[in-house]
Design a protein around this ligand. Structure first.
Ligand code: BG6
Ligand code: MG
Length: 219
């Protein structure tokens, strides 16, 4: 029986995936690396430092910077990202997500956020979503990021529920793999092949409802 629903944040609750893209693109351009939306798909769900490594490798520049210089580059991207997320208001949920959160809350299920982002609490605050969300994982508290299952399992642990009693919702390949490896029912949002391994696939968040999720998960 399903007891908890666990959301990814960026690209599922709100469209911050676009802001991550813009901030990384600015940084990549600055260090002379081509960066487009196709390559950006590889970064979705991936931690800040790992994303930087992938970008530098993509431009064959992974050996051109010291560890400290890489931290400086990642910090610069994050500063740009923090400027962009100042635009987020309580009107910036992806379609149907606010209604879905309200519906889940009212029905008494636990709601968790399993994001790789250290900015997640700020974004949840800006959306005024704190009333719906019972728990946000601190990505610094787990050993491995997505596609490892740790972030999702951390939420199940926190709620003292079994993985089989959780539904996870994601927009990224690494995220779907994380949910599947956690042994939870996976829901992929999007139109590309990134989410093809999900148990249930919807093209848009507007197609999600509690009833549909529970039916698909057999609960
Ligand atoms: C994930 C995003 O949710 O968080 C990635 O999909 C991002 O693009 C990662 O790199 C880490 O986020 P932050 O905000 O801590 O740099
Ligand atoms: Mg995402």
């Amino acid at each position: 029986m399903i007891k908890a629903i666990i959301f990814d944040l960026d690209g599922v609750i709100t469209d911050t995936a676009e802001y991550h893209y813009l901030a990384w693109k600015a940084l990549a351009t600055e260090v002379g690396i081509d960066f487009d939306e196709t390559f950006n798909e590889n970064l979705k769900g991936v931690s800040r430092m790992e994303s930087l490594e992938l970008i530098l490798k993509h431009g064959n520049r992974q050996d051109d910077f010291t560890k400290q210089e890489k931290v400086t580059l990642a910090t610069k991207k994050n500063e740009q990202y923090k400027t962009l997320i100042k635009r987020i208001t309580p009107g910036h949920y992806l379609p149907g997500i606010k209604e879905l959160l309200m519906e889940i809350k009212e029905a008494g299920y636990k709601i968790g956020v399993a994001s790789a982002s250290f900015n997640a609490p700020t974004i949840i605050d800006r959306l005024a979503a704190n009333n719906y969300i019972d728990y946000i994982v601190d990505p610094g508290s787990v050993d491995h990021g997505k596609p490892a299952p740790d972030l999702f399992l951390n939420v199940a642990d926190h709620f003292s529920v079994r993985a089989e009693s959780c539904i996870g919702i994601e927009d990224a390949k690494a995220g779907i793999e994380a949910i599947n490896r956690a042994g939870m029912f996976s829901v992929g949002v999007g139109t590309g092949t990134a989410i093809k391994e999900a148990d249930l696939i919807v093209q848009s968040t507007s197609e999600l409802s509690l009833e549909r999720l529970l039916l698909a998960a057999g609960s």
